[in-house]
Ligand binder design. Structure first.
Ligand code: ZN
Length: 285
């Protein structure tokens, strides 16, 4: 766990999303939950040494941000659609068992009685949490998913971006809306943040946001050029690839199963292809 401000701590080393903590007095707000149950149990011990968990914010519904809810205290807060999607999960326990068997086998037995812990407080557009006089501004910022939330802390000028901004590499796009993602990046850029906690990878400053936008433009550009050259959706999905350091070449441990990494890439390229076809102006963002 790294302390990036007087009252703010970040853990980037778990095999899943980044996890962070705001501490005000003895009260805590957590942002995202570890993916592996063993990491979530360890995270609980670490954060409870800092104070009492009041809230746990999920930036989206993906397992790498929400499985650990089950092992953490506090009131879970998320976008309304995150609750709906967790209540009817697209991936079941069998998927998690297979994945954890590869990336964290000692967590597999903890899945025996697993069910997603759903958000208890949900919102549509924005919600502000007050911890004494510290403000946590939660903003619906669709992009990586339709229900992605970013958190801005004006007092410490920290932006928790979820997977709308990643430092490790571009994330998977199978649930993304690329037009809205550029809007979310514009929203992030409009905030006077000094440190940005990405969904995956190291904490960055404003330059990290610019770098992510450049990588995203390059990928959208590559798909667009392939379309200009007359390549079909299936050809693009079979041949175009981008660097993925969120699911492989990980410092934290074993890579995700190759077939899953490949499925993320194909689905991501198909999604971007479809969105360029629907709205070619996205190539100019
Ligand atoms: Zn993620």
């Amino acid at each position: 766990m790294e302390r990036i401000a007087d009252n703010f701590f970040v853990e980037v080393g778990f095999h899943g999303s980044n996890n962070s903590v705001l501490r005000v007095g003895g009260r805590l707000v957590l942002f995202d939950a570890p993916q592996l149950p063993r990491d979530a149990q360890r995270w609980r011990r670490e954060v409870e040494a800092l104070g009492r968990v009041d809230y746990l914010v999920n930036t989206d519904h993906h397992p790498d941000h929400t499985v650990g809810n089950r092992w953490l205290p506090g009131t879970v807060v998320a976008h309304a659609r995150t609750r709906q999607r967790l209540a009817r999960p697209e991936v079941g326990v069998d998927y998690l068992r297979e994945l954890f068997g590869v990336i964290g086998p000692d967590s597999v037995p903890d899945l025996d009685d697993y069910a997603p812990r759903l958000p208890e407080v949900t919102f549509e557009d924005e919600l502000t949490l007050w911890i004494e006089d510290a403000e946590v501004r939660l903003m619906h910022a669709p992009g990586h998913t339709e229900n992605t939330v970013m958190a801005y802390l004006p007092d410490s000028r920290i932006l928790v971006a979820g997977d709308n901004v990643c430092e490790a590499s571009l994330p998977a796009f199978q649930d993304a809306n690329v037009v809205r993602l550029f809007d979310a990046l514009d929203l992030a850029a409009s905030l006077p943040f000094e440190r940005l906690v990405p969904g995956h990878g190291a904490v960055v400053g404003p330059e990290g946001l610019d770098r992510f936008r450049t990588e995203l433009r390059a990928l959208v550009g590559a798909v667009g050029e392939a379309m200009d050259a007359g390549r079909s959706r299936a050809e693009c999905a079979a041949t175009l690839r981008y660097e993925d350091r969120i699911h492989r070449d990980l410092p934290a441990g074993a890579d995700y199963p190759p077939a899953l990494v490949e499925a993320f890439q194909r689905a991501s390229i198909e999604t971007i292809f479809d969105q360029i076809a629907a709205d070619p102006a996205v190539r100019g963002r």
